[in-house]
Design a protein around this ligand. Structure first.
Ligand SMILES: [Zn+2]
Length: 93
């Protein structure tokens, strides 16, 4: 298992190891190409095509600009997906 020693891409905030040996990466991204500031948390599985976008503005309150909630939701999805995804990433040569 090489996951622990692999260098993370700079944009990756959190990484979850799936039962299949792939990773689910959490990043911040822009929802539309025209957006100039990050406004969405993205959890994307490296083993299969599954991903979850959580818009920051979807759940705002006075304690958060939205990213905290979005990160939390994305982390929950990533954790649940990692526990059941058995897809393997395509080897890169
Ligand atoms: Zn997956």
């Amino acid at each position: 298992m090489t996951t622990q020693t692999t260098t993370w891409p700079e944009a990756v905030i959190a990484r979850y190891l799936t039962v299949g040996g792939a990773t689910v990466d959490l990043t911040h991204d822009t929802l539309y190409l025209s957006d100039t500031e990050p406004n969405v948390s993205v959890a994307r599985c490296g083993g299969c095509a599954a991903f979850r976008n959580v818009e920051w503005g979807a759940r705002t309150d006075r304690y958060s600009n939205g990213s905290n909630w979005a990160d939390s939701d994305a982390r929950t999805w990533a954790q649940e997906h990692a526990e059941k995804c058995r897809a393997l990433p395509k080897p890169t040569t």
